[in-house]
Design a protein around this ligand. Structure first.
Ligand code: NAP
Length: 267
């Protein structure tokens, strides 16, 4: 049976690992062509370890094997307009169209405000906010042509602040404001723009930063899941991918920020 995404073309940023990898795999299983994009470069400037080209290549090979569509790896730092424009240009050269942009790339930084230096603040905003703007702007002409959709990965941290979360939470609030505004702007041109707000997933963000070994490790992670998620269990990349596929294919839904968080926030 053909899926609604058969032969469509999706670009997923930050797709080498974690949630982005899960989204790319699920789109491929729906027979979508997938551009697996990731930084694949200098990981030195983040507050925790990022992956590189080898991880991007491994994920792309995995995505390629999943469905009837093709997958290609296109490295891109979403903070760089030249690289983002090249990502969209190469996608159009390879596949001739873009139906879905998933702005997933993101970084976290959770510390008290006295410990956030200006460079770190700028870096979080560059990836989490400016990256969403740059990729959306570059993809809009192609999305208008295909009557496609954008799905931005925000967070429940984009709906409620947390102590030590001033930079990360505010950047994710910005993603929801951007989503609502662009949804209204593009509604008349047939392009839908939505967000997904994940709760807690066991990716590098938690294991290498929020609950790194120095911050309590696995016990602290499980404690956070139990304390913060009413349903008492973490989310998975598959849970988030299901929401992305719903928003990619729901013809009358735009401007929403859909929680996938086990009741962690209820609006
Ligand atoms: P992750 O495993 O660290 O994945 C983030 C991805 O973004 C990585 O592949 C990373 O590249 C990529 N990236 C970082 N900077 C980039 C840049 N400048 N340009 C392009 N790609 C870049 O974390 P994750 O949990 O899957 O996060 C994915 C998204 O979900 C983020 O937007 C995050 O804020 C959001 N989120 C996560 C959670 C959670 O609990 N994990 C909850 C709510 C929302 P490398 O492969 O090079 O490392």
């Amino acid at each position: 049976m053909r899926s609604a995404l058969s032969e469509k073309v999706a670009v997923v940023t930050g797709a080498a690992r974690g949630i982005g990898r899960g989204i790319a795999l699920a789109l491929a299983e729906a027979d979508c062509h997938v551009v697996v994009s990731d930084l694949a470069g200098d990981p030195a400037s983040a507050s925790y370890e990022l992956s590189g080209q080898a991880q991007l290549d491994a994920t792309t090979a995995e995505v390629n094997g999943r469905g009837a569509g093709r997958a290609v790896a296109i490295p891109c730092d979403v903070t760089r307009s030249d690289q983002v424009e090249a990502l969209i240009g190469k996608t159009l050269a390879e596949f001739g169209r873009i139906d879905l942009l998933v702005n997933n790339a993101g970084i976290v930084h959770m510390t008290p405000i006295e410990e956030i230096d200006e460079a770190r603040w700028d870096q979080v905003y560059a990836v989490n906010v400016k990256g969403v703007f740059l990729a959306s702007k570059a993809a809009v002409p192609a999305l208008c042509e295909s009557q496609g959709a954008i799905v931005n990965i925000s967070s429940v941290a984009g709906k409620r602040g947390h102590a030590a979360g001033s930079v990360y939470c505010s950047s994710k609030f910005a993603v929801i404001g951007f989503t609502q505004s662009l949804a209204l702007e593009l509604a008349g041109r047939g392009v839908r723009v939505n967000a997904v707000c994940p709760g807690i997933l066991d990716t590098a963000m938690w294991s290498q930063h929020i609950t790194s070994e120095a911050r309590g490790g696995e016990a602290a992670y499980q404690g956070a899941v139990q304390a913060l998620i009413p349903m008492g269990r973490e989310q998975t990349p598959e849970d988030i991918a299901d929401a992305v596929i719903y928003l990619a294919t729901a013809p009358n839904v735009t401007g929403i920020a859909l929680n996938v968080a086990g009741g962690m926030e209820v609006w």
